[in-house]
Design a protein around this ligand. Structure first.
Ligand code: NAI
Ligand SMILES: O=C(O)C(=O)[C@H](O)COP(=O)(O)O
Length: 386
């Protein structure tokens, strides 16, 4: 029997891994080498730094991170040691797109600006960025893309550089991994100069990694001119985040953009499959066998509705970014920022992806149908067609 140590915040660990051995759940931020000496498998989230300090001299033969990002893992060191490794690419990408859409809908509602009236700049067109582009373009929202690694590899002439993106777009969405070296580092990608170049009224949405934005520079810009709209999900130094910046932004959430139950379960499934492959074990559990809980499966629109209002209604019902901002404020007041930040993530309420909400239309008007499908909801046509 294997000994499997897992972050307590990974869902369905017993269901997926229970048959493989003894499962020990620990808080991810405070895992120590001593706790891992007899472990064969280590399963983490983004809050555990996995490197020689944590693992040298332990028995660990496989590490899985139920996350997309891998900046917390010294992948080269694991490779040198012959320790198997897997992450969960794309697992919660759709949830991050839901988060961004919820933010854009909110901004458009607050400003009275048409949803299609703003050009969105996407920085990092990987699993998250390219899915975001697909959904926005389906909604007729124009996009510009900046992704130098892909531009180089694929000789893409339709991509632009970051300075051009800042100059030509109304919304800037950051979805890059945290990369500290190499040809295209992203640490403080949005530095003092670029933050100063952001135009009055521009919207910044950061849901990649906190370290991609220079906190001090953003604070200085917002203290001098409160002329940007800012939505931050990720922060430098989480969970001890800069409270001055917290007070200056429009929407602050505690690194939960990807926190739908669908995204998290997909992450567990992916690392379970990878671990089984690594040890040559059969994959006995599949995601489809484990139905996530749900309390809102369907919305029925009983007649024609203004398409944008119908979209707002469905989006708010399924996931509303303001709920998370309000919850974080409540947790902060009660527990202080650092503890509140982590507690909210641990106790995060049930959230499902847009794609799990079935929207029933009794009135099959083209524009209404298109907007619902383009935003990512599932469509069900019923009754009279028109
Ligand atoms: N806030 C949250 O809850 C979540 C945050 N994330 C973060 O988002 C990041 C991106 O996720 P995915 O799209 O799934 O990753 P991905 O690996 O599929 O795509 C990342 C893209 O960024 C591009 N890129 C790299 N360096 C760049 C640079 N200097 N400038 C512009 N683009 C650059 C890459 O070429 C790639 O296309 C993850 O690495 C993770 O850190 C991911 C999931 C949830
Ligand atoms: O997948 C990623 O990458 C993320 O950023 C995660 O969704 C964040 O969740 P935790 O691993 O920090 O719980």
């Amino acid at each position: 029997m294997m000994r499997i140590v897992a972050d307590e915040n990974i869902p369905l660990i017993d269901e997926f891994f229970g048959d493989h051995g003894e499962v020990i759940r620990l808080p991810g931020r405070s895992m120590t080498r001593d706790q891992l000496l007899d472990a064969d498998v280590l399963l983490v989230r983004s809050v555990t730094r996995v490197d020689a300090t944590l693992l040298a001299g332990t028995r660990v033969k496989f590490v899985g991170t139920a996350t997309i990002g891998v900046d917390h893992v010294d992948v080269d060191w694991l490779h040198e040691q012959g320790i198997g490794f897997a992450s969960a690419p794309g697992s919660n990408a759709e949830s991050v797109v839901d988060y961004v859409l919820s933010g854009l809908l909110l901004m458009s509602e607050q400003d009275g600006e048409a949803l299609t009236g703003r050009t969105v700049g996407i920085v990092g067109a990987g699993n998250v960025g390219s899915r975001l582009q697909a959904r926005l373009e389906a909604l007729d929202i124009p996009c510009l893309i900046c992704d130098p690694p892909r531009a180089d590899a694929e000789e893409r002439e339709d991509f632009v550089d970051l300075d051009t993106l800042i100059e030509r777009t109304d919304v800037l969405c950051l979805h890059t991994p945290l990369v500290r070296d190499g040809a295209h580092p992203t640490h403080h990608l949005l530095d003092e100069r670029r933050i100063a170049a952001l135009r009055s009224g521009q919207i910044l949405i950061s849901a990649g990694r906190g370290e991609c934005v220079d906190t001090g520079a953003l604070c200085r810009r917002l203290e001098a001119h409160r002329d940007l709209r800012v939505i931050l999900d990720v922060w430098e130094g989480e969970p001890t985040i800069d409270e001055a910046l917290y007070r200056l932004v429009d929407i602050a959430t505690p690194h939960v953009a990807g926190y739908s139950v669908d995204g998290k379960m997909a992450g567990t499934d992916m690392i379970h499959q990878a671990m089984s492959r690594h040890f040559g074990l059969p994959v006995r559990k599949r995601l489809g066998q484990l139905k996530p809980e749900s309390w809102l499966r369907r919305i029925t629109l009983t007649g024609w509705a203004p398409p944008l209002e119908a979209l707002m209604l469905c989006a708010r019902a399924c996931y509303d970014i303001r709920r998370d901002a309000m919850l974080l404020e409540r947790y902060r007041r009660h527990y202080g920022m650092a503890e509140g930040f982590d507690r909210m993530r641990r106790e995060y309420p049930l959230r499902r992806e847009f794609s799990t909400l079935r929207v029933s239309l009794k009135h099959n008007a083209g524009e209404l149908r298109d907007i619902i499908v383009s935003a990512g909801f599932s469509l069900r046509l019923a009754g009279k067609q028109g």
